[in-house]
Design a protein around this ligand. Structure first.
Ligand code: UTP
Length: 472
């Protein structure tokens, strides 16, 4: 057994759990590296890992029906209800009761981009990054509502320092530094298929971020939740870093959430086709509304249609939620929120027998939607995919950089058309700065657009043309 003063208990725990191979490079490490390795090991909950390795994942739930949802308004009464919700949402935003929360701790492995995914340049003309677009949207909302909107950013061990540095170098994209709160999520070791820990370097264990479900714990343990309480924030608007179309502060959504007294609210889009790989909203037998992963939805339910021929399980989750601060506080309750871990088999690059190699491994992650059934009340709110969901998951093809940019261009051109703004003949690629507009209504109908193939409408370009003077 190796020895290191002050670390006897940790060292014995590693041996008791038959993980002593993590010390295979011990003799090559200097004292500071030895300490790093031991500190890394000290954070590991071996009981949890043993349980996750030996325990079979509980069977997916099967007793559920499609979840009810608030649909796109069709009737005058529904439109009036929307207007009431909008007013309530606007009031909450104006009163500074709302914070924006992006989860950006993922590894973005499908995109294959080195560095935090939020630094990925996505603006089709501007090349602005995901982070910049989100930050500028928040700035615009804050200006519209005349209130501060804190921007909470969850990172992970792998990208925390780079994310912080990026915001600092860019002077928080014009937001007040105090309003940008960046904190890392927890990490959990991955295991190989024999239940063994793996090394990332000679003095660190391979760990992965604990999933977007780790965000609720991280909000609590980082102190961000306490800070939100101090600032009088009641509503936390949750979104994913890789969705440049997201309506970060949506007064109608916020308003419904508040008027219905919900602990959590979620946006849904109609599934494009039955086998689409999105989780669907369901109501479990106990009455709670949650999400069932597409892979857990039985074939007959995937295809099941109602009397009118419409897909029954059609509300796809787009990972946009609102959480009541008090709900997160309630379930956090000073200790780890007990969301279950899900196991995924993934290839993992690890250090073994003196060389870097790729091995089959088990990654454990929590999913944020597992918190939904813990609410006393939650609602699902239908929205249009083209209005707010353009995930950047892959470099090309489905849910890619290309598809997201196309959707951004279509949205912005649609806003211009909707405001009766003339599109010059040459314009093919149009992008509007979030500082100019986060929705069509923000655009000045007198806006003049330069006749170029690529048009970027920023605050300088968004000047008004006096009436009677056609745009050049
Ligand atoms: P994804 O599940 O799409 O994962 O995350 P990813 O890491 O971005 O990409 P792949 O699967 O490796 O290709 C959805 C959202 O959840 C965040 C991501 O940053 C993204 O915004 N996330 C995911 C976290 O914040 N932490 C995690 O542990 C996992």
């Amino acid at each position: 057994m190796i020895e290191f003063p002050g670390y006897e208990a940790i060292i014995s725990r590693v041996y008791e759990n038959h993980q002593e191979h993590v010390f295979q490079y011990w003799d090559e490490l200097d004292d500071s590296e030895k300490k790093l390795l031991l500190d890394d090991l000290a954070e590991i909950d071996f009981t949890l890992l043993n349980r996750l390795y030996t325990e079979k994942e509980s069977a997916a739930p099967s007793d559920f029906e499609p979840a009810p949802y608030i649909g796109i308004p069709m009737t005058d009464e529904e439109r009036r209800e929307w207007d009431r919700a909008r007013s309530a949402g606007v009031e909450l935003a104006r009163a500074g009761r709302v914070a924006a929360f992006v989860v950006a701790g993922g590894q973005g492995s499908r995109l294959g981009y080195e560095g935090p995914k939020g630094k990925f340049p996505i603006g089709p003309v501007s090349g602005k990054t995901l982070f910049q677009i989100h930050a500028e949207k928040i700035m615009k909302y804050a200006r519209k509502y005349g209130a501060s909107i804190p921007f909470l950013i969850m990172t992970s061990r792998a990208n925390h320092a780079e994310t912080e540095a990026y915001f600092r170098e860019n002077r928080w994209f014009g937001l007040a530094q105090a309003d940008v709160i960046i904190f890392p999520q927890n990490m959990i070791p991955s295991l190989d298929t024999h239940g063994k820990l793996m090394l990332e370097t000679k003095h660190s264990v391979f760990k992965n971020p604990d999933g977007h479900g780790g965000s609720l714990t991280a909000l609590h343990t980082s102190g961000a939740l306490t800070e939100m309480k101090k600032r009088g924030v009641e509503i936390i608007s949750y979104f994913q870093v890789d969705n440049p179309l997201v309506r970060i502060i949506d007064p109608v959504f916020i308003g419904f959430h508040a008027l219905k007294g919900a602990d959590a609210s979620s946006k849904a889009v109609r599934k494009a086709y039955p086998e689409e790989k999105v989780g669907v909203f369901v109501r479990f037998a106990r009455g709670a509304i949650g999400v069932v992963e597409y892979s857990d939805l039985p074939e007959e339910k995937t295809r099941s249609v109602d009397a009118k021929g419409n897909l029954r399980y059609s509300s796809g989750s787009v990972a946009i939620h609102i959480f009541r601060r008090k709900f997160i506080e309630r379930i956090a309750d000073g200790k780890e929120i007990s969301l279950p871990f899900h196991t995924a088999r993934k290839k993992i690059r690890t250090l073994a027998e003196g060389a870097e190699r790729e091995v089959d491994g088990l990654k454990f992650e929590k999913f944020v939607f597992d918190a939904l059934p813990l609410t006393d009340k939650n609602i699902v709110f239908e929205t249009l995919r083209e209005a707010e969901f353009a995930p950047v998951k892959n470099a090309s093809g489905l849910d890619s950089v290309e598809s997201a940019q196309r959707m951004m261009i279509e949205q912005h051109m649609g806003w211009l058309r909707g405001r009766g703004i003339r599109m010059p003949a040459k314009a093919r690629v149009v992008e509007i700065s979030p500082l100019v507009a986060v929705e069509a209504e923000d655009l000045d109908p007198g806006l003049a657009i330069t006749d170029e193939e690529k048009v970027y409408i920023d605050e300088n370009a968004a000047r008004s043309v006096p009436p009677g003077h056609p745009p050049q």
